[in-house]
Design a protein around this ligand. Structure first.
Ligand SMILES: [Zn+2]
Length: 325
């Protein structure tokens, strides 16, 4: 078939457009992932999940569950696993309420090596300045949650912020006497904790809170100890009958511990208490329909919990556009 001249011109343009599209798609090889940032509007709260990186946790670090049951639960879940263990995300959460910025946990910064420590750069990629953060709420004093208090130069990353850490965790992790009696694999964490909070403590902006203290507006600390002596989960009132539970380290192995909340993690300081806290937090979140944000759930780690008999299941949130302001 012959095209009239004008149609031949159009056909040539169309073909060259197709050729350039093909050319572009075959030569564009992504060098890195898009920034690890995800926004979720929850009532009055603008929540931004911030990806820090991933760590590997070995399946043998699950305690109180036999290896066959672990294998059955991991089958068909496709959690990436290599010789070091199961891929486990490290997440932090920025919560904006009006002009107030609260950051829950801060990631690993320089403490865990290459590939991690991305919370600060992702916060900036999301359009926030670290100097704007008003409050840093720590769920506990492990290095993957508080090392990010310091920037790459070892200076406070959030110079204006008040840092909130439960008194029970501060008493334990900041005390050299408890380091001497801690299990050997956990001893490295004590110096990292003392180092991370030091400049804030020196400036008078470290708050070691108890249940009688008032936290920033709209924030309630729920005792969820067990993973550490003073582990807390933060419930944030989003208005309009909505709540967000930023639960910290209630779950480390999502493919196992929702179905088997009685399976604990080797690093839990008190395994029975950790199991009880996991059950309480999951039950409350499921019964009340709270949004949940999990430090070690697959990024962005935002979603809901569903009851399944005596166990639970994770329901990831769905990608959604932000409301038009
Ligand atoms: Zn953790």
């Amino acid at each position: 078939m012959r095209f009239p001249v004008v149609h031949r011109l159009a056909a040539a343009l169309l073909l060259s457009a197709c050729a350039s599209t093909t050319f572009a798609s075959t030569t564009h090889v992504p060098q890195q992932q898009v920034p690890g940032v995800y926004h979720q509007q929850i009532g009055q709260l603008q929540v931004t999940a911030l990806f820090d990186g991933t760590v590997a946790l070995g399946r043998q670090e699950l305690i109180g569950i036999d290896a066959g049951a672990v294998t059955r639960l991991l089958d068909h879940r496709y959690v990436p696993e290599d010789g070091k263990g199961l891929q486990t995300a490290v997440n932090a959460y920025l919560v904006q309420r009006g002009t107030h910025l609260a950051l829950v946990d801060t990631g690993t910064a320089q403490c865990f090596g290459p590939g991690l420590g991305q919370v600060l750069s992702n916060l900036q990629a999301a359009g926030y300045a670290p100097s704007e953060v008003d409050d840093v709420l720590l769920t506990h004093a492990h290095p993957d949650h508080l090392c990010g208090l310091l920037d790459a130069q070892g200076k406070p990353a959030f110079p204006k912020a008040t840092v909130w850490l439960s008194k029970a965790d501060a008493d334990y992790w900041l005390d050299p006497a408890s380091e001497a009696t801690a299990p050997q694999p956990l001893r490295f964490a004590f110096a990292l904790a003392r180092n991370a909070v030091a400049p804030y403590a020196a400036a008078g902006s470290l708050r070691r809170f108890t249940s009688s203290d008032t936290l920033p507006a709209g924030v309630t600390a729920l005792d969820s100890h067990g993973h550490t002596p003073g582990h807390v989960s933060y419930r944030l009132d989003a208005g309009a009958s909505q709540q967000l539970l930023v639960w910290g380290d209630i779950v480390h192995f999502h493919a196992v511990q929702f179905a088997r909340p009685d399976a604990s993690y080797e690093a839990d300081s008190n395994r029975n208490a950790a199991i009880a806290s996991r059950r309480t937090m999951m039950s409350e979140a499921a019964a009340k329909g709270w949004w949940v944000a999990g430090a070690h759930l697959p990024f962005p780690g935002l979603g809901h919990v569903r009851s399944e008999g005596d166990a639970f299941a994770w329901v990831p949130g769905e990608f959604a556009p932000l409301p038009v302001k």
